[in-house]
Write a protein that binds this ligand. Structure first.
Ligand SMILES: C[S@@+](CC[C@H](N)C(=O)[O-])C[C@H]1O[C@@H](n2cnc3c(N)ncnc32)[C@H](O)[C@@H]1O
Length: 411
């Protein structure tokens, strides 16, 4: 034990359950809650306390005294060097999936006051080599990598075990002198590779065939020519420009589409009028085979890609915020697919969904607390929660995607 380590207060505790954010909740004999990074449910651990407040403390596992049978040795060397990209590599994939279901159930009960909601842990997705998008920092030598666990320092990477091999090729073979941040995006099923460099492309070196664009060249409305990759999801081809959002793995996008399809119940996307809110480049409208309706997307780049990807359908693409679209006039739809950003729908988004009068709503949420608030809002607006299906888009991390099905219960 080093002198610095021995000066940190330590305590031995039994960890109870994984909570939102990836830490494990434990309690001191006084009742004070301690959030422990690196512990697993049921483990007796020695914790180095890093923060102490009256009712809450935080700490890191200093020693595992009694290990969980669900503990595994993290295979990633970068993690041991301090990489902050993954926080659950020390847990089996089964435990990660079960923990995520518990976190969503807890948020729905505590924040949404919705108990006994059926939660399905969802389909198994490959826990390794899946990420087709990696947002990286750049170190002083121009090497791209991920941030350290508790600092903004960049740990240069040649490979990342959760990244798609095409991303690894870009990481290993590139040099970005003077850049602050790079986003590597690949089309796993087309082989295309693109790097967006911030603030500008400058004198970068990348492997042959990799497209490069400066963030300063992405003006949104007119995507920089060539600054796009294509991806194939559910046998549909999508253009994704450098400034546009797309899910971070095509098999995960397919699992999401299937979960949304199940959430829509008896609604037939091919004939129903569907509102695809926060629609991005058109993933759900296209892959579900929606032919009539609207797609609302605020980001100009994504909306431009959606127009391209939706060509030939009677679907109006509204390049505006959902809030502005909803204020415009009342819109009647049979079904809504809503996939907001991390903050969730919020009160205005909930009102926008409710104003459609849709009989069925599929809400895609990437934050359990936001899901719980939105679910409460939709229930108060007359909807009933049918059930939740998780889509494990980000194995090895605490991040969880949930598709919740709602049915209109009353007028
Ligand atoms: C999580 S992404 C989902 C995109 C798409 N559904 C998909 O799966 O690829 C959320 C999208 O909502 C857009 N967005 C965020 N806030 C919005 C708002 N207030 N109104 C409309 N779109 C918004 C973002 O630009 C982003 O494309």
């Amino acid at each position: 034990m080093s002198a610095a380590e021995s000066s940190v207060p330590q305590i031995e505790l039994v960890a109870e359950r994984l909570v939102a954010g990836g830490a494990c909740l434990a309690r001191e004999p006084s009742g004070r809650v301690v959030l422990v990074d690196g512990a697993l449910p049921g483990e007796r651990v020695r914790v180095a306390l890093t923060q102490q407040k009256k009712t809450l403390a935080k700490g890191d596992v200093f020693e595992v005294v009694e290990a969980s049978p669900q503990r595994v040795a993290p295979p990633c060397p970068a993690l041991a060097a301090g990489c902050g990209g993954c926080d659950l590599q020390h847990a089996t994939h089964d435990l990660q999936r079960a923990a995520k279901a518990g976190i969503v159930a807890d948020a729905l009960a505590r924040i949404g006051r919705l108990r006994d909601v059926a939660i399905d842990a969802g389909e198994y997705l490959d826990p390794w080599a899946h990420r087709t998008v990696l947002r990286c920092g750049v170190d002083a030598d121009g090497r791209a990598g991920l941030r350290h666990r508790r600092s903004n320092d960049v740990l240069a990477l040649d490979a990342c075990p959760v990244a798609h091999p095409l991303v690894d090729e870009v990481l290993a073979g590139s040099h970005f002198p003077g850049a602050e941040e790079v986003t590597v995006r690949v089309g796993a099923r087309t082989g295309e590779r693109l790097v967006v460099v911030a603030p500008s492309a400058g004198a970068v070196q990348v492997p042959d065939g990799v497209q490069v664009v400066g963030a300063d060249r992405l003006d949104g409305t007119d995507p920089h020519p060539g600054a796009a990759v294509h991806e194939v999801v559910a046998r549909c081809r999508f253009r994704i420009s450098g400034g546009s959002f797309f899910q971070s793995r095509p098999d995960g996008a397919e699992a999401l589409v299937r979960a949304v399809r199940r959430a829509l119940g008896t609604v037939d996307p091919a004939t129903a009028r569907v509102a695809d809110l926060y629609g991005g480049v058109g993933l759900f409208t296209v892959a579900l085979g929606v032919r009539r309706g609207v797609l609302v997307e605020r980001a100009a780049s994504s909306a431009a890609d959606a127009r391209h990807n939706l060509a030939g359908r009677e679907v109006v693409v509204v390049a505006d915020s959902v809030e502005a679209w909803a204020q415009d006039r009342a819109h009647a739809f049979d079904a809504v697919v809503a996939d907001p950003a991390r903050a969730g729908l919020g009160a205005t988004g909930v009102a926008a969904v409710a104003r459609t009068g849709a009989g069925r709503v599929a809400l895609v949420s990437c934050d359990p607390a936001a899901l719980a608030r939105d679910a409460r809002g939709l229930v108060d607006a007359g909807y009933r929660v049918v059930g939740v299906e998780l889509v494990d888009l980000f194995p090895q991390t605490h991040h969880v995607e949930a598709v919740t099905a709602f049915e209109l219960d009353g007028p």
